[in-house]
Design a protein around this ligand. Structure first.
Ligand code: PMV
Length: 350
């Protein structure tokens, strides 16, 4: 039996604009994880999946088009070509689905890690990320790639994809990526992961410095919203009014750049102000919701240093940056304002 896990993720700033080539910052959400267990199965039974948290069980042969089936097929074809394997895969997750915490990317990452480990292969994180990206595309259509990156690398990252891959119309999608990743540059400070044979489809991924530990409270609205819905609506609005949306995306990108400096300096007060600015821009982009706004306001009123929605929006979660003295007050305020759960996470300095 082989078990592997992967964390959830939070986008600290830059969501949506990141789809259009602006930088974003994401951190792993270490306190909630997805798990995959791979065990041998009786000969001739093939590969089967149990996913109690998704309320599903299926076989690879019976549902070959399921995104997790497709991901498993890609991994097995790559790591055990020509072998007919009999495996029982159990997928579970403590990360609420469709909530902006990267549940899909985390389950996919755990699956890739567990299959590879079961086959005795150590896949580098960049390669795991590239494989998971293929699966994210099946769920979302045009993901920026930030979710799979931060979940597979499990460290705070600065992420900026090439401008050349900004989606412009519904049918003008990127070419399918290859399932290999190649790292160039200095792996310890800055590197580029190429996910595609097309050089235009690249992302710059840089580990970022965290000058002082961060405590984040994640307030869940309990409203489930599929990522592709707000992402599709933002695409339509940008097509209708490119000048307005390009200006908003530029402003978000500038916030991300300043947030990176504040993080490096350990300036939590400055970072809090930037989170607030980012939320105002996300409201202007049209991806907040009354529930998210209510939690953000409640967190600020209770003394949070800053608060914003996190992820695709229209539901899902918000995050609040809190100091030691305000943590419990902000948690209570979030629950009183309607949060169905509050998750706490620490981002260590480093
Ligand atoms: O999957 P979510 O809800 O965390 O949102 C992902 C962030 C977006 O920028 C909205 C989309 C993307 O692909 O980057």
């Amino acid at each position: 039996m082989t078990e592997a896990s992967a964390p959830g993720k939070l986008i600290l700033c830059g969501e949506h604009a990141v789809v259009y080539g602006r930088p974003a910052i994401a951190v792993p959400l270490a306190s909630v994880r997805a798990r995959a267990v791979v065990e041998g199965a009786p000969p001739g039974t093939g590969v089967s999946f149990e996913a109690p948290d998704l309320g599903r069980s299926w076989s690879l042969a019976g549902a070959p088009d399921d995104p997790f089936s497709q991901l498993a097929t890609t991994v097995l074809d790559r790591l055990a070509p020509g072998r007919a394997l009999d495996l029982r895969v159990t997928l579970s997750s403590a990360i609420p689905l469709a909530s902006g915490m990267g549940s899909g990317a985390a389950i996919a990452t755990a699956l890739v890690r567990a299959l590879a480990a079961h086959l005795g292969v150590m896949l580098p994180p960049e390669e795991v990320s590239a494989l998971v990206y293929t699966s994210e595309r099946r769920f979302h259509g045009t993901p920026s790639g930030i979710d799979n990156t931060v979940v597979a690398l499990e460290r705070p990252v600065w992420f900026q994809r090439s401008n050349d891959q900004r989606p412009t119309t519904n049918d003008q999608r990127e070419a399918p990526p290859t399932d290999t990743a190649e790292i160039t540059g200095d792996q310890r400070s800055s590197f580029v992961v190429r996910r595609s044979s097309n050089p235009a489809q690249q992302a710059v991924i840089e580990p970022i410095a965290i000058g002082a530990p961060l405590t984040l409270l994640v307030g869940d609205t309990g409203v489930r919203s599929e990522t592709r819905l707000p992402v599709g609506e933002v695409r339509r609005r940008r097509e209708a009014d490119p000048a307005r949306y390009e200006a908003l995306f530029n402003a978000v990108g500038a916030v991300a750049a300043r947030a990176r400096e504040a993080l490096a300096a350990g300036d939590l007060a400055a970072l809090g102000g930037l989170l607030d600015e980012n939320h105002a821009l996300l409201r202007a982009i049209g991806v907040s919701s009354p529930e998210l706004d209510q939690l953000v306001s409640a967190a600020r009123a209770a003394g949070a240093l800053g608060a914003k929605l996190s992820g695709a929006g229209w539901g899902g979660v918000m995050l609040a940056l809190v100091g030691r003295g305000t943590r419990e007050r902000v948690r209570a305020a979030l629950l009183a304002a309607g949060a169905v759960r509050v998750i706490e996470t620490e981002v260590p300095a480093g």
